[in-house]
Every structure is written in C-alpha cells, then in structure tokens.
Design a protein around this ligand. Structure first.
Ligand code: MN
Length: 438
C-alpha cells in the first residue's frame, strides 16, 4: 500500500448510515478527519467528523469497538499520540472507522456515540511543540518579493532551498477564536523614526498546515522517500501578518513580531489517506530552473506528491453582516502552486538532523495562483495597499479592519472521487488593546 493508494474507504459507492454525511460538502464517509472537541462542561476529547455529527472516539474505544492497541491513544485531550502512529496503523484505524460508520450492522451500537457538531466546541488538535512556516508558494514569493525588492523579487536560493523560518507555537489558535489587532513598531516611509501603535496593515495569509506524524530522532534525517510517512494530516492555516511591522523588522533575521501574534488553524486533521484520491503530480518546473538537489528528489514524490485541492478565501465586514450581505469571495485557486511538495518540506526541515515531533505544525507559506483571482493575501490583492477592494455595501479594503472576518476553505475534487473539504478556518479581527501606562 502506498501513501497515494485508493482503497475501499474511498469507494464513491460507500455511504454512511449517518444521513447528513451523504453529499456533505466537507465530511462524507470518505473523509473521516480527526479533531479534539468538547461539549459544554466536558473535557476535550478525540472525535471524528461525519456529516454534521462528531463520533466520540473515546466512547468508541471504551466500548471496545477499536483495535486494542489504538484504544489508549484515543483517551487524551490532544491527538499527539494518534499522530505518532505509523501510517499503517492509522490506515487500519481509518478502515475500522469507515466500517463502523457505513455498515448498518454497527448502527445501533455506534449511533449513541454521535454528537451534533453544532453543540460542540473545537479545540487545537495537538499540543504543538514547534511550528515552522515555509515560503513555497512561488507566485506569492514573486508578488511579495517584487513589492519589497522590485528588481530582485526571488533571491537566488529560492529554487534550491525550501525557504522557511521558525514560527511561534504558543499563539496558534483554532478556528473561531478571534484575533486582537497587534501593536508594534512600524516606520512610515516618509518618517525619520518608527512609531509604536496598532498595525495599520493587518493581513491574512492563505496556507496549508501540515501536522507532523512519527517524526525523527535528533541527528537522524528523514529521507525524501520516507517523508510522506511522517505526515499525520493537513489543515488550513491563516498566518496573520502585520505588513507594516514586517517591512520594518524583517531584515536581517526574517519575520518576528509581524507574524507571531496569532496563527489560526482549521481544527480537523485531514489525513493523508483521505487525500489519496486528490494527489497529483508536482507541476513541472519551468524550463531553465534547476532540478531539486538529490536529497529532495524522489520519483514517487514528483509523480504523486502535490495536492489537488481548491483553496478559497471569504471576507465579511461588520457592516456587511449587519446588512445581511453574503461573504465576499476574495480569492479561489489551486493548492498546486507550490514550488516544493509537502514531503520536500519535511525532508528539508529534518535534513540537518533537526528532530520533528508528533504534533509539530508546518506551514506551506502563502499559496497564490499566478492570476489575481487566486492571490492568497491582501498585500497581493490590494497591490501593497494601492488598489482598494470594493466590498458589498460600499466599503473598501486595502488591509483588514476591526470586525472583519476571514474564512479559509479547502476542497478536494477529482474525477471518480467523492469530494471532501477541510471545514472552515475562520476568525474575526478585534480592536487593538493596549494598557496605556501613566
Ligand atoms: Mn506565512
């Protein structure tokens, strides 16, 4: 079995006895993502999304409906132990869950373990030890590079190194948790000295998140051929960015306070198995580009390592919601606009012996299409603030205003496969807070 193989759990004919799963935009029985949820007054615990329900994994394990070796891993308040499972064991769990939720013979026992998702609160799926963010969206890198360095948008290392930096794990938050506008230093172009205040150029970044699986021991790199086995799942990631702070602080050491005040993830961990039908070849590099160095090159990865997902960003403002306007679609584009595959990101990260651990989070970097309708940030959509975007109701935006709500979505679509989605990655911007002293 390879990591891109399709099996009986993907069969389009397979239906769940959970009625809402049929034709569900995100969570048909072919998806089965893992998450951590709670109901009012209860402890967070592991669950699986199915239609508009959540299957309580701990209840399943307690009722001895799961393999004995997996059951104890479902008891925690995070998915770290489940994420550490080797791919083979995770695939066995998927097969069992798929059977439980599709075979009517299991319905009577399993149905009492379903909760209405609407009654549940979703939490971070893992205790995140470390979070690193990459920069593999080549059109984003070009667009942003051009604004910061007009004659030199892509630095010479870009086509050799999957560029990344270490982010901040403590401020990663699940979808739904609002974001407080950050304060920071910015230097207006015409000013002699920087000022300290709320960001005036608050932006989102449309990214995919990668949840690390088993991981590697310190000093032991992950070969590219084995990288897929170290990925436990995927999510959407909004890497909120204060562009004014970023422009002032980013040299010489890269992003710092412009990025680490909060990052929002979608709470469901979509497994590599669920994404198998949506694997596609990594797009060929343009003529004249260097081939990846051997440690980053693998034939299977090049043939199957990209993701056939469609990514979308929606925006509502407070005024839009008050007036009953539908969300404004800011962008839509394919996730294949990545210069490096997620497997190459994993291998590069561990290539110096750096140890990745179960539950670590990697961001791909902003994924933009070559065309404006697929740009993954306001920095690009508004051309660095020069071209305002019209909102329904007469408002305009160059960057985010207080009350704005940003929603990221991802959907896998492929011929002969039941489409699946990631669920929303959504958060609202709250006004800056600062305890003025004196
Ligand atoms: Mn980013």
């Amino acid at each position: 079995m390879s990591w891109w193989s399709v099996d009986a759990t993907h069969d389009p004919e397979r239906a769940s006895w959970v009625e809402s799963a049929q034709g569900h935009g995100d969570f048909p029985v072919q998806n089965l993502p893992f998450g951590i949820f709670s109901i009012e007054g209860g402890h967070p615990r592991a669950g699986v999304a199915i239609g508009d329900k959540i299957l309580d994994l701990f209840a399943c394990a307690s009722a001895e409906l799961l393999l004995a070796d997996v059951a104890p891993l479902c008891a925690g308040e995070t998915l770290n132990a489940l994420m550490a499972l080797p791919g083979e064991a995770r695939r066995a769990l998927r097969h069992r869950l798929s059977d439980l939720l599709s075979d009517p013979a299991h319905r009577a026992r399993v149905e009492p373990m379903l909760l209405d998702a609407a009654d549940c609160v979703m939490h971070l799926p893992a205790r995140i030890g470390d979070y690193s963010d990459f920069y593999v969206g080549i059109h984003h890198a070009n667009n942003i590079g051009r604004q910061f360095r007009p004659d030199n948008p892509l630095l010479p290392n870009y086509k050799y190194v999957p560029i990344g930096y270490h982010g901040r794990a403590s401020s990663v938050r699940p979808s739904g948790e609002p974001l407080v506008r950050p304060w920071g230093q910015r230097k207006p172009p015409e000013a002699d000295a920087p000022v300290f205040g709320p960001s005036a150029r608050l932006d989102y970044e449309l990214e995919l998140g990668v949840w690390v699986g088993p991981g590697n021991d310190l000093g032991t790199p992950i070969p590219i051929g084995a990288a897929a086995e170290h990925i436990a799942g995927f999510c959407l990631l909004n890497d909120w960015s204060a562009r004014d702070f970023q422009a002032w602080e980013y040299q010489p050491l890269g992003p710092f306070l412009a990025k680490n005040f909060q990052s929002t993830v979608s709470p469901w961990v979509v497994t590599p198995e669920a994404l198998a039908p949506f694997r596609i070849a990594q797009p060929a590099r343009p003529q004249g580009d260097p081939a990846p160095l051997p440690y980053l090159h693998d034939g299977d990865d090049q043939a199957h390592g990209a993701l056939g997902l469609v990514l979308e960003v929606d925006l509502t403002s407070a005024a839009m919601r008050a007036a009953g306007h539908a969300p404004l679609r800011l962008s839509r584009g394919p996730a294949s606009n990545m210069y490096w595959t997620v497997q190459q990101i994993v291998t590069h990260h561990a290539s110096n012996g750096c140890n990745l651990q179960p539950g670590d989070l990697l961001g791909t970097g902003t994924i933009s299409a070559p065309e404006r309708e697929g740009y993954g940030s306001l920095m690009e959509l508004s051309s660095g603030g020069r071209d305002p975007i019209a909102l329904p109701g007469g408002e305009v935006r160059t960057f985010l205003e207080d009350g704005d709500e940003v929603t990221l979505r991802a959907r896998g679509e492929a011929a002969g496969a039941v489409p699946i989605g990631f669920g929303a990655c959504q958060a609202r911007v709250l006004a800056a807070r600062w305890a003025e002293s004196g």
